[in-house]
Design a protein around this ligand. Structure first.
Ligand code: GRF
Length: 251
């Protein structure tokens, strides 16, 4: 042993052990614009140090798979049509996911009802984003239903996934004031922009250990969140997104 084998006693000379980045697997079925927001956040070092290690789609020609491939991420097509039952598909999906040893599973437009076995396997480390202010408008066609009801406000929610469809504890919401001339398309565009804002933040909080799923509900920094989670107001979201604020929404 030579002198140089001894560890330095000054902190400056200590080379830190490389720490493995937390691993994220994203499940998609389509366009993958939320996936893109997560990829962009990761490339700007705004994803809690996490790394998207795989993107899995139940639809073989989902555009999101191209986005993953272009970003150098393992892109896996696992078409549900090749399986006889929901249980068989979810069993195969569990195997593919576990091969990637994820710390977090992110559902980003994954249009499948999940079996209880699947949910239980990843309970507490699986997030979803939904285009409504949950618990309002669970399920599909949220924008058309909200417009038909003449609601004044709408938005999107990030929540932990439980066995209840769109029913797990809400972490974060962004609110949107519905204007008089709103259409399904304009609503979808504005809500989608808010989704892209929220999802990377929620993922970052989870990977930093700030956000937790507990039997009582979602906790942030050890505090139980209200039923609607944390909520970004219309004005704050609009400011973040450089949207013009009309008079009504400044109230
Ligand atoms: C989003 O509206 C999300 O809320 C819902 O599915 C859609 C996915 O869009 N769960 P994209 O594929 O991320 O563009």
């Amino acid at each position: 042993m030579t002198n140089t084998d001894y560890q330095s006693d000054t902190i400056k000379d200590v080379t830190p052990e490389p720490v493995d980045a937390p691993r994220i697997v994203v499940l998609i079925s389509g366009n993958g614009s939320n996936l893109q927001a997560l990829i962009d956040a990761q490339s700007h070092d705004r994803l809690g140090g996490g790394e998207i290690v795989a993107v899995i789609s139940n639809v073989a020609d989902a555009y999101g798979l191209k986005r993953a491939h272009d970003a150098g991420i393992d892109a896996v097509a696992l078409p549900h049509r090749e399986y006889d039952s929901r249980e068989a598909y979810d069993g195969a999906l569990i195997k593919v996911i576990e091969r990637h040893e994820p710390d977090l599973i992110v559902l980003a437009g994954f249009m499948r009802i999940l079996t209880p076995r699947f949910v239980q396997r990843f309970l507490g480390r699986m997030l979803n984003i939904h285009p409504s202010l949950l618990p309002d408008y669970q399920g599909l066609h949220t924008h058309a239903r909200a417009l038909a009801d003449g609601v004044a406000s709408h938005g999107c929610s990030v929540h932990f996934v439980t066995e209840e469809l769109d029913g797990g504890p809400v972490v974060l919401q962004a609110e949107l004031q519905v204007s008089a001339d709103e259409t399904v398309e304009t609503l979808q565009e504005k809500v989608r922009a808010r989704e892209h804002l929220l999802y990377p933040i929620a993922v970052q909080w989870f990977l930093e250990g700030r956000l937790q799923f507990t039997p009582e509900g979602a906790k942030m920094d050890g505090h139980l969140l209200p039923d609607h989670g944390m909520r970004l107001s219309h004005a704050d979201a609009a400011e973040e997104l450089d949207e013009e604020l009309d008079e009504a929404s400044q109230d």
